[in-house]
Design a protein around this ligand. Structure first.
Ligand code: ARG
Length: 582
C-alpha cells in the first residue's frame, strides 16, 4: 500500500492538476513530516518551489493548491505557512484506519517499490590469507543491511562476495609458507599464521632482494597453472573462506555468489586487447590505460585507469571491469552497488567512468564509509596491517570481537534474567552481543568515522541494540499477560495525544525504509526505531492498557502490537534478531 507521504503527495498532485499546474516546470516534490508537530504532521514545499520557478508569489500558489485539494478523508486541516509551505494535519480516523492496516501486515504496508528491478550488491569482499580489517567488518555489516533493505522492497538482489583471492601476494605467501610456516600454529589459526608469514616475508624481503625475485617467480608459476602452487593457493583460499564463513554465520550474512577476483583471471588479457582495439584504452609506455575526459570530472582527466602494466600484468581495476561485464551478462541488473571504505572512492569513480566509456548501461553506486575506531585503544586482536604506521586500517579478528561482545552481554543477561534457563540465557547473550556489534555500526552515519565503544553499545539505555531488543520483549510480555494467543489488530481510537504520536511514528516506518535504501543509510532506520521505542515507552507510561475496558484495551493493544511489529521488522532489516523474551 502507498505510504502516508505518498498518499498526501498524490493529493497535492491532483490539486496541482486541477489548478492548472499539471505541467509544472519542476517535478512534484514529495510531502515530508514536519520538524515541529505544532506546524502539523506533514508539509509540502512544492508550492514554494513552484512559485519561485514561475516567478509568482509562492504563498499565492500555496493558497491555490490548498483550495484545489480534492475531497478526501486524509486531511483534517491545512495551513499555508512562511513563504509558501503547506502544512497538513491528518485526520484521526484516517490515522487510526491506516494504523490497523499497517499493523495487520507483516511488511507494515511497505510498498514493493523495487519489484521487477535487479540489484547486484558487492560487499564484505575480504582478502584471502589476511584477517579482515575493520573496513571489511563495516562493509559486511552495512552491505548486509542494504542487502536486506532492498530485498524487503521487492528488488531481486544478488549479493556477491568479491573476494580478493588473486594477485601477486600469493607468490610472497608461497615463499613465506615454504620458509617460515609453523604447521602447528597454522592448524589452530590458519589466517593468523598466513598473515604472520606474509608480514615476515615483507620484513625479510626488505633486506634480501633475492626473496622478491623468488616471489615473482612463484606468482608466475601459479598463474601458469603449476599444480603444486595451485594446490597451495587452493588451500589458502579454503582455510580463509572457512574462517570468513564462521563470521558470516554468526552475523546472519549470506551471499548468493562469491565470485572472487580469481574467477575473472583468464579473461583479462583478452579484455585488455579488446579495449585497445576498440580505442577505449590506449598504450602508454608499454602499459595500457583508459583516459578520461573533462565530462568525467577535472580530477579524473589527470587520473587514467591503469589496466595493464608494462610487464603484461592486469590490475585490480581490470578485474573490476571484467566483473561489471560479467554481471551485466549474467543478471542484467538495473543497479550495481559496491560497499567499501572511503579509501576506494577514486578507484570506483574511475571504474564507473570506464564502464560508461564501454557503453555499459546500468546505475553504478559506490557506498563508501569512514573508518571505525576503537574507543578502547587496547581492544584485543586488532593489529596494524603489514606493520604499517599511521592511521591505516587495523586487522581485526571478528570472531574474537563477537565473542567478547557476547561474553559482556552474558554478564548483563545473567544479572537481569537469572530466572531463565541457562540455554536460553546463552541464546539471548548471543543475539544481544552480535546485535550490539551490528547496531553500533548501523546506528551511525556511514560516511563518518565511527566509534566502537563496548560500554556504549551494550548499554540498556540509549540508542543501542539492547535497548531496542528489551523494548520489543517488553511489548511481547504485555501480550503474554493479556492472555490472547493470536492477536488481531483492530478498532483503534486515538484518544490521547501520545497515542496519536505513536500512530504517526509507526506509520512513518515504510517511508523511512524507502529512504534508508534510497540513500544507503541504514542509520535512518535505526534512528527511527529508537524514536518508535521511546514513543512507545512514553505511551506505556501514560496509558493503561490491560486494565481498561474492552474497547480501549483493544485499541491500545493494537497500538502496542504495531510498535512491536515495527521493532521486529526494523531490527530484522538491520540483521538483528528480536527475541520475545529476555
Ligand atoms: N578486496 C577488496 C579490498 O579488500 C575489496 C573489493 C571490493 N569490491 C570490488 N569489486 N572491488 O580492498
Amino acid at each position: 500500500m502507498p505510504t502516508v507521504a505518498q498518499q498526501l503527495t498524490d493529493l497535492v498532485r491532483q490539486a496541482a492538476e486541477s489548478a492548472g499546474h499539471g505541467d509544472a516546470p519542476i517535478p512534484l516534490e514529495p510531502c515530508v513530516p514536519t520538524n515541529d508537530p505544532r506546524h502539523g504532521d506533514y508539509q509540502s514545499n512544492f508550492a514554494f518551489r513552484l512559485g519561485k520557478a514561475l516567478r509568482t508569489n509562492p504563498r499565492a500558489v500555496a493558497q491555490t493548491l490548498v483550495s484545489a485539494l480534492p475531497p478526501n478523508d486524509l486531511v483534517a486541516s491545512t495551513e499555508v505557512a512562511g513563504p509558501g509551505f503547506i502544512n497538513f494535519r491528518l485526520s484521526d480516523t484516517f490515522l487510526a484506519a491506516e494504523l490497523v492496516a499497517c499493523a495487520s501486515d507483516a511488511r507494515l504496508g511497505t510498498p514493493l517499490d523495487g519489484a521487477g528491478r535487479t540489484l547486484v550488491i558487492d560487499y564484505s569482499s575480504p582478502n584471502i590469507a589476511k584477517r579482515m580489517h575493520v573496513g571489511h567488518m563495516r562493509s559486511t555489516i552495512i552491505g548486509n543491511a542494504l542487502d536486506r533493505l532492498y530485498r524487503f522492497l521487492g528488488w531481486e538482489v544478488i549479493a556477491d562476495n568479491h573476494l580478493g583471492d588473486w594477485g601477486t601476494q600469493f607468490g610472497k605467501l608461497i615463499v613465506g609458507w615454504r620458509n617460515w610456516l609453523d604447521e602447528e600454529v597454522f592448524e589452530k589459526d590458519p589466517i593468523g599464521e598466513l598473515q604472520r608469514v606474509y608480514i615476515a616475508f615483507g620484513q625479510r624481503a626488505a633486506e634480501d632482494p633475492e626473496l622478491k625475485a623468488q616471489a615473482r617467480a612463484e606468482t608466475a608459476r601459479l598463474q601458469a597453472g603449476d599444480p603444486e602452487n595451485f594446490a597451495l593457493w587452493q588451500r589458502f583460499t579454503e582455510e580463509s573462506v572457512r574462517e570468513f564463513e564462521r563470521v558470516y554465520e554468526r552475523l546472519g550474512v549470506r551471499f548468493d555468489v562469491a565470485l572472487g577476483e580469481s574467477f575473472y583471471r583468464d579473461g583479462l588479457r583478452d579484455l585488455v586487447s579488446r579495449l585497445l582495439d576498440e580505442g577505449v584504452a590506449e598504450r602508454d609506455q608499454g602499459a595500457a590505460v583508459i583516459r578520461f575526459g573533462a565530462e568525467d570530472g577535472e580530477d579524473l582527466e589527470k587520473a587514467p585507469l591503469l589496466i595493464q602494466k608494462s610487464d603484461g600484468a592486469a590490475l585490480y581495476g581490470t578485474t573490476d571491469l571484467a566483473t561489471v561485464l560479467h554481471r551485466m551478462e549474467t543478471w542484467n541488473p538495473d543497479r550495481i552497488v559496491y560497499v567499501t571504505d572511503v579509501r576506494q572512492r577514486l578507484h570506483f569513480r574511475q571504474l564507473f567512468a570506464a564502464s560508461r566509456k564501454l557503453g555499459i548501461e546500468v546505475e553504478l553506486f559506490h557506498v563508501w564509509f569512514g573508518m571505525l575506531r576503537f574507543a578502547d585503544g587496547t581492544v584485543m586482536a586488532t593489529r596494524k596491517l603489514e606493520g604499517g604506521q599511521g592511521s591505516g586500517p587495523r586487522s581485526v579478528n571478528l570472531v574474537d570481537v563477537l565473542n567478547m561482545a557476547v561474553a559482556r552481554a552474558r554478564e548483563v543477561v545473567d544479572a537481569k534474567s537469572s530466572e531463565l534457563p541457562e540455554k536460553e540465557r546463552a541464546e539471548i547473550a548471543e543475539a544481544v552481543g552480535v546485535g550490539a556489534v551490528r547496531y553500533s555500526d548501523l546506528s551511525q552515519n556511514p560516511q563518518t568515522d565511527v566509534l566502537f565503544d563496548w560500554d556504549k553499545m551494550l548499554a540498556l539505555e540509549g540508542n543501542t541494540a539492547p535497548y531496542l531488543m528489551y523494548g520489543f520483549a517488553r511489548v511481547k510480555s504485555i501480550f503474554r499477560k493479556s492472555g490472547v494467543d493470536v492477536f488481531e489488530p483492530g478498532e483503534v481510537v486515538l484518544g490521547e495525544p501520545i497515542e496519536r504520536e505513536l500512530a504517526l511514528a509507526v506509520l512513518r516506518t515504510p517511508e523511512v525504509i524507502l529512504a534508508a535504501a534510497a540513500t544507503y543509510r541504514p542509520n535512518l532506520l535505526s534512528d527511527h526505531l529508537f524514536q518508535v521505542a521511546n514513543t512507545f515507552a512514553r505511551f506505556y507510561h501514560d496509558c493503561r492498557v490491560l486494565h481498561e475496558d474492552s474497547g480501549v484495551r483493544q485499541s491500545r493493544l493494537s497500538l502496542a502490537f504495531s510498535a512491536a511489529r515495527t521493532l521486529e521488522v526494523g531490527l530484522g532489516l538491520l540483521g538483528i534478531r528480536a527475541l520475545s523474551r529476555m
